[in-house]
Each structure stands twice: as C-alpha cells, then as structure tokens.
Design a protein around this ligand. Structure first.
Ligand SMILES: O=C(CO)[C@H](O)[C@H](O)COP(=O)(O)O
Ligand SMILES: [Fe+2]
Length: 218
C-alpha cells in the first residue's frame, strides 16, 4: 500500500477556453503534479495540444509538469517539449520502434523519462526498459479520451509492475491513467500505484481538494 500517493489532475478535462481557471483549480486543490495529455490524431483518434501549451503552463505554475505524449514517432518532438518545460516526459512503447533511444535522449536533454503502455500491452514487454526510466505509466483505458471507465485488469498490471520493481531493486514510479476516481483509487494504491492521474472526476468534483485527499487515502 502506498500512503504518499502523488495526485496528478489532467488538464485535458479542463475548459480549454479557460485553461488558467483550470490551473487555479489544480493548484487550489493542492495537487502535486499537473498531467498534460498530448494527442496527435494519429497514435490516438483525438487531437489536444502541443508544446506551446506546455510552455505557457510552465510560465504560470511551479508544479511539476507530467507530459504524456500520445504521438507517433515522439522522437520528432522530444527536444521541443523539454525546452517548453516538461519535467516528466512519457512516451508510449507502442509509438516508435527505437523507444530505448528515445528514453535515453529524454534523459540526456534534461527531463525525467517515462514509458507508457496501452491496455493490450503486457507489463513484461517493458522489462528491457525498466532500468532506464523514472516513470512507468499504465493506461487503464484505451488512450484518446477522458471520461472512460477503468479496465479492471489494469489493477493486476500495477501489482505486477510493483513486484518486478521490488524484485529488481528499481525505483521508477508507477503511474495509473484512465478512469481513476474515488471508487478505483484504493485498489490502485493497494496494488502499488505511486501516481494517480485524474481528469474528468477531478474537474467534475464539487470539492476538488477533498477529492484529491480521498484519492490519496489521507
Ligand atoms: O491519457 C489520457 C487519455 O488518453 C488521460 O490522461 C486520461 O484519460 C484521464 O482522464 P480520465 O481521468 O477522465 O479518465
Ligand atoms: Fe494521460
């Protein structure tokens, strides 16, 4: 059980005509990180925003920016997102052939590398990369949209990743993204999640600060 879980509201669920209001909501609720979903309309069937959004957000907050690239061939954009101010930069295993090289370049360029997997990718497919990452992002919905229900099998994947991490003496964080809410958070924490991303449930909550306390089990 993780008692010091990091909460990372996703700006994807904010009103894009009032992003500053969304950022205020995240800061006022005492979130630890801001999750930023970049979608290219190719890797996923939706388009969100690019590096300028990260840069403009960086100028307004000192919270760590947890940038989740749902983009094919992300190597084309790594330098740009790091220059824009990404702290964690996460790429999908499924989005490029030479993902090991991309992870190396993220670290070389000064950000913390993350690796994400979609629901159909097993945790064992990440094993050759776990020594080199700071974050493993387990998607518990098919990427592209907020507001979907968590696929329960994802909870077992979190537990598997936590077991491998402990067996190998590694320290990457395990992040869960998709369908996180009050009902699913406890099982995810018990399975070993360190970071809980939450979009729609956070922005729909009447009391966002209490909602984040509930997510983190405090
Ligand atoms: O990566 C994502 C979608 O591809 C989002 O981060 C995720 O879906 C969060 O939204 P919600 O909490 O509403 O499920
Ligand atoms: Fe995400």
């Amino acid at each position: 059980m993780n008692n010091s879980v990091i909460t990372a509201p996703s700006i994807l669920a904010a009103d894009f005509a009032d992003v500053a209001g969304g950022l205020r909501r995240i800061e006022d609720a005492c979130a630890q990180w801001i999750h930023m979903d970049v979608m290219d309309g190719d890797f996923v069937p939706n388009i969100s925003f690019g590096p300028k959004m990260v840069q403009d957000t960086r100028a307004r907050t000192s919270l760590p920016l947890d940038v989740h690239l749902m983009v094919n061939q992300p190597e084309r954009y790594i330098a740009e997102f790091i220059a824009a101010g990404a702290d964690y930069l996460t790429v999908h295993l499924e989005s490029t052939v030479h993902v090991h090289r991309v992870i190396q370049s993220i670290r070389q360029d000064g950000a913390r590398p993350g690796l994400a997997i979609v629901p159909s990718t097993p945790v064992r497919a990440t094993e050759e990369l776990l020594d080199d990452i700071d974050l493993l992002l387990i998607m518990t919905v098919n990427p592209g949209f907020g507001g979907q229900a968590l696929i329960p099998r994802g909870i077992e994947k979190v537990a598997q990743a936590a077991q491998i991490r402990s067996d190998r003496g590694l320290s990457f964080k395990i992040s869960v993204d998709g369908g996180v809410n009050r009902e699913t958070a406890r099982a995810l924490r018990e399975a070993g999640a360190d970071v809980l991303v939450s979009g729609s449930a956070f922005f729909n909550s009447p009391d966002p600060a209490q909602y984040l306390r509930d997510l983190s089990g405090r």
